[in-house]
Design a protein around this ligand. Structure first.
Ligand code: C2E
Ligand code: MG
Ligand code: MG
Length: 347
C-alpha cells in the first residue's frame, strides 16, 4: 500500500478465532530477529483488521477501517494487532473534530498564553515565566494542551502554533520589560516536530528580532523524551540554537530514561525535575536522596535546577534544603493570564 504498509486479504474465514490465529502467527514470525552479515535486526509489525461485511461493504471502507485499527495497534505499543471497532472510530472522530476546530482557533486567534512564575527558592523572587498555551473553545469548553498538542503534532499544525507561541511570548515579555520588569526570562515549550523542522532557527530568530528581545532572556524547553530520540540530530540542532544565544531547558526530567551520561552531551542550561519526583518527596527519605543526587549531578554540569509542580510548603522546604535553585508550581502560583500576572508582579 505504501512504503511500509501491506495488505493481506484472507478469504473464506468461518470464525474470528481463525483471524486471530493468523495475526498471532504473523506477529510472532516477524518478531524473530534476523541476521544481515554480522548484525541482528528486529522488525515489529502493527496489524489492523477489518472484517467483511461488518466493517465495510466496499474495498475503500474496509481499507480505511483496517488503517484506523492499525493506528490503534501502533498506539498500543506496536507488535500487536487490533480489530476495527466503532469505539475506535469515536476516538478518531474526536481527533478530527479537534483538528478542524484547532484550525479555526488558529485562524480566529482564539489561542491564548498563560504564564507561570519560576521563583528563586532563596529569595522568593519571580525570575522567570513559563508560557503555557490555553484554548477555550466556544462549545467544547477548555481543551487541555495535553489533548490538543499531540493532535497538533500529528497534523503539522504545531509549526504554525509554535510560531505563534514564540511571537506572543516575546511580545508579552517585551511589554513586561517596558513596564519595568526587565530582568525576567521567558520559557517556551518546543515540540519534537518543531525541532525536526528546518525553519526552527529562523523562527526563533524572527521572534527575538520582532520584539527586540535579548536571546539570553528566552529559554526553550524540550522534553527529555525529545532529547532521547534521534540524539545526534537533536543534539546538533540544540547546538545551533545555542549559537543564537538562547538558553535551553530539559523539561520533565526523570520521565524519559536517559542516562546521566547522556546528560553531559546535551548543551542545556536548565534541568527541570519532573512533578512526579516532587510529589513523592514527602513520602519517604529515599525520594529525597534521589532528587538531591539529581541536583548535585546537574550542578556539577553547571546546570540550574527547577523543581516542577511544587504544591506544598513542605516540598518547598525540602527542596531548599537540598539546594534546588528554583521552584515552579501551584504552591507559589498557578499559570496566570497576563493581567493577573501583572497584578502578582506588582504585589
Ligand atoms: P510542561 O511544560 O511540563 O508544563 C507544566 C505543566 O504542569 C503545565 O500543564 C502546568 O499547568 C502544570 N503545573 C504547574 N504547576 C503545577 C502544580 O503545582 N501541580 C500540578 N498538578 N500541575 C502543575 P499544562 O499547562 O496543562 O501543559 C501541559 C503540557 O503541555 C506542558 O507540560 C507542555 O509539555 C505542553 N505545552 C503547554 N504549552 C505548550 C506550547 O505552547 N507548546 C508546546 N509544544 N507544548 C506546550
Ligand atoms: Mg515546560
Ligand atoms: Mg514539565
Amino acid at each position: 500500500m505504501g512504503g511500509d504498509e501491506f495488505i493481506i486479504l484472507v478469504p473464506g474465514i468461518d470464525a474470528i478465532s481463525e483471524v486471530r490465529e493468523i495475526a498471532d502467527n504473523l506477529v510472532k514470525s516477524l518478531s524473530i530477529p534476523y541476521k544481515v552479515r554480522e548484525n541482528e535486526y528486529f522488525l515489529s509489525a502493527s496489524i489492523g483488521i477489518s472484517l467483511y461485511p461488518e466493517d465495510g461493504k466496499d474495498l475503500d471502507t474496509l481499507i480505511k477501517n483496517a488503517d484506523i485499527a492499525m493506528y490503534t495497534a501502533k498506539d498500543n505499543g506496536k507488535n500487536n494487532y487490533t480489530f476495527y471497532s466503532t469505539e475506535i472510530n469515536k476516538d478518531i472522530v474526536s481527533r478530527v473534530v479537534i483538528e478542524n476546530e484547532l484550525r479555526i482557533a488558529i485562524e480566529e486567534e482564539r489561542l491564548n498564553l498563560y504564564y507561570q512564575p519560576q521563583v528563586n527558592i532563596e529569595t522568593g523572587k519571580i525570575i522567570g515565566l513559563e508560557a503555557l498555551i490555553r484554548w477555550q473553545h466556544p462549545t467544547l469548553g477548555f481543551v487541555s494542551p495535553s489533548t490538543f498538542i499531540p493532535v497538533a503534532e500529528e497534523t503539522g499544525l504545531i509549526i504554525k502554533i509554535g510560531d505563534w507561541v514564540l511571537n506572543k511570548a516575546c511580545k508579552d515579555l517585551k511589554s513586561l520589560q517596558d513596564s519595568g520588569w526587565n530582568s525576567l526570562t521567558m520559557s517556551v515549550n518546543i515540540s519534537m516536530i518543531q525541532i525536526l523542522h528546518k525553519d526552527l532557527i529562523q523562527s526563533v530568530e524572527n521572534a527575538l528580532h520582532n520584539f527586540d528581545i535579548a536571546p539570553d532572556q528566552l529559554k526553550l524547553e524540550i522534553t527529555e523524551s525529545v532529547a532521547m530520540s534521534q540524539p545526534e540530530y537533536v543534539i546538533s540542532k540544540l547546538y545551533s540554537l545555542k549559537e543564537i544565544g538562547v538558553d535551553l531547558a530539559l523539561d520533565d526530567f526523570g520521565t524519559g530514561y536517559s542516562s546521566l551520561n547522556y546528560l553531559k552531551l546535551l548543551p542545556v542550561d536548565v534541568l527541570k525535575i519532573d512533578r512526579e519526583f516532587i510529589r513523592e518527596l514527602e513520602e519517604d527519605t529515599d525520594n529525597i536522596t534521589i532528587v538531591k543526587a539529581l541536583i548535585e549531578v546537574a550542578h556539577s554540569l553547571n546546570m540550574t535546577v527547577i523543581a516542577e509542580g511544587v504544591e506544598t510548603k513542605k516540598q518547598d522546604e525540602i527542596l531548599s534544603h537540598i539546594n534546588c535553585d528554583q521552584i515552579q508550581g501551584y504552591y507559589y502560583s498557578r499559570p496566570l493570564p497576563m493581567n493577573d500576572l501583572v497584578k502578582l508582579l506588582t504585589s
